[in-house]
Design a protein around this ligand. Structure first.
Ligand SMILES: CN(C)c1ccc(C(=O)NC[C@H]2N[C@H](CO)[C@@H](O)[C@@H]2O)cc1
Length: 483
């Protein structure tokens, strides 16, 4: 699917955001800035998985296509440990104040399918184009229920490029009412925050639910950039967090900047947010990345590949600057492309390398049968993406990670960490079948005692260190065996 954006809008975005961009490029990012999502044992988690699924947007039940068996197939093929699970406000709260418990039961059932295989689940309150009710005629919107949609009868015409529907008068107006830019519907943001409280109350005691992604790819309507992100968007996040923390003190809260410009690499103006929970904050910065050159139809190859690389470097700097401001770990919520294009596999590998360099989790967009996903057909025959995503990675590190590096040429993974007081459990690494070391050939540089265990079924290597002192460093190097 070739994707082109309205060039004037792009040039306008460039002009508006360039000063901030240049400021970003001069910053240094040190390892001490790196923060991590931790589990109940204090281990640093590395999340690797998919958005599941784009098909949920138009499904009559607003649910993803997968079955319990399909989750097992995904695990067996790629060893993922993370899912960004799409849910919709319109399905959760079809009438104002009336919540569909059967829908939440269906979401909970899917959470269980992932929980049974040790996945971490991020519940994504998904929207694109505000919702499907901004115009009487069908278009590609999903998200907000009809009762929360006010477009004042303005037109919404379908466009050859779906993104341009965001600029249609009826869609712009619906967003302007939601963000209270019009001043005529001041309660919608509170309704949204209340819906989050209801959902969080349902999943507060579900250990597999790691996080809540408060809004997918926010769009400010008439408000753009800092006026939007530091204004009503930050306010929506504050109100949603406040209500979530009334019922759920522990689930991590994932926040995104606006999609326009930030998905391409421009710095987000999201301000620091306070987490009302007792103890350490649990806020995650969850950007998306869709490099502008590729959005404009360029392929990741040759000279345009170098342009995309430069664009990714800028994106990475911008993301780390925003994460430092938020004092938050990073999880890349979306990255992806049409796998039929030239250089597609190499682009995905580039983004996997980048997230490892950033110590960031990642969720590929998406787990669908649309040429972007890992499947060659409806029978789940693996496509080229499946092999790229089946990659060694540390699922959990029992200390402060120092460096994560994977050499695809030698299929060798190196994980180094420092012992940290209060952290229990083993360091766990997922290994594809062709990356498993020979028996007894594990290279672990440490001064402490240690044991290793190999789970053949789940292909998880667990390394338990004993008797180390805080600050002691360990380096695990896993070289594939000859078998
Ligand atoms: C003009 N606006 C507001 C806009 C333009 C383009 C995207 C986009 O491509 N997003 C990338 C992918 N993310 C969604 C799901 O979250 C997918 O449908 C897009 O391909 C988003 C917003």
């Amino acid at each position: 699917m070739k994707r082109r954006l309205l060039l004037p809008a792009v040039l306008c975005a460039l002009a508006l955001l360039l000063p901030g961009l240049l400021a970003v490029l001069t910053r240094e990012h040190t390892d001490t800035d790196t923060r991590y999502i931790t589990d109940e044992q204090g281990r640093a988690l590395f999340l690797h998985g998919f958005n599941t699924s784009g098909s949920a947007k138009d499904d009559p039940d607003r649910l993803p296509w997968i079955t319990e068996e399909d989750v097992r197939t995904e695990y067996d093929l790629m060893g993922t440990n993370f899912v960004r699970l799409l849910v919709q406000w319109q399905a959760l709260e079809p009438e104002r104040g009336t919540y569909d418990e059967e829908y939440l039961d269906a979401v909970a059932e899917r959470v269980d399918w992932y929980a049974d295989l040790g996945y971490h689940v991020l519940i994504d309150m998904h929207q694109d184009l505000y919702g499907r009710y901004t115009s009487p005629s069908e278009h590609s919107g999903n998200g907000a229920p009809e009762w929360a949609t006010h477009n004042d009868g303005l037109r919404v015409e379908s466009q050859e490029q779906w993104e341009l529907v965001y600029l249609e008068p009826g869609v712009m107006r619906a967003f302007d009412h939601f963000w209270n830019t019009t001043g005529e519907n001041p309660g919608l943001m509170d309704d949204y925050a209340e819906a989050w409280r209801h959902l969080a109350d349902r999943f507060a005691d579900e250990p597999a639910v790691l996080g809540y992604d408060l809004m997918n790819e926010p769009f400010g309507g008439s408000l753009q950039g800092p006026d939007f992100e530091a204004g009503p968007l930050a306010e929506l996040y504050r109100r949603s967090m406040e209500r979530i923390r009334e019922v759920d003190q522990d689930t991590w809260i994932f926040v995104e900047g606006q999609a326009v410009g930030v998905n391409w690499g421009f710095p987000s103006a999201l301000p620091h947010l306070e987490d009302p929970r007792e103890g350490e904050p649990r806020i995650v910065y969850a950007p998306h990345v869709y490099p502008l050159p590729m959005d404009l139809g360029q392929a990741y190859e040759g000279g345009t590949g170098e342009t995309v690389d430069a664009s990714i470097d800028v994106w990475s700097d911008s993301v780390r600057t925003t994460a430092e401001r938020l004092e938050a770990p990073i999880v890349l919520g979306e990255f992806g492309l049409d796998m039929s294009g030239p250089g597609a596999e190499r682009y995905v590998e580039r983004m996997l390398e980048e997230t490892e360099r950033m110590s960031s989790g990642r969720a590929y967009w998406s787990n669908d049968h649309d040429g972007w996903g890992p499947w060659a057909d409806e029978d789940l025959t693996p496509g080229p993406l499946a092999d790229v995503m089946d990659r060694p990675y540390p699922r959990a590190v029992a200390g402060q990670p120092q460096e994560i590096g994977y050499d695809p040429g030698r299929k060798t993974l190196q994980v180094s960490w420092a012992e940290r007081a209060g952290v229990d459990g083993p360091t766990e690494v997922y290994l594809p079948a062709d990356a498993v070391p020979d028996e007894g050939e594990l290279d672990l540089r440490t001064d402490a005692e240690w044991d290793a265990d190999w789970d053949e079924e789940l292909r998880i290597l667990s390394v338990e260190i004993r008797g180390a002192e805080p600050g002691d460093e360990h380096t695990l190097t896993i070289v594939p065996g000859s078998g």
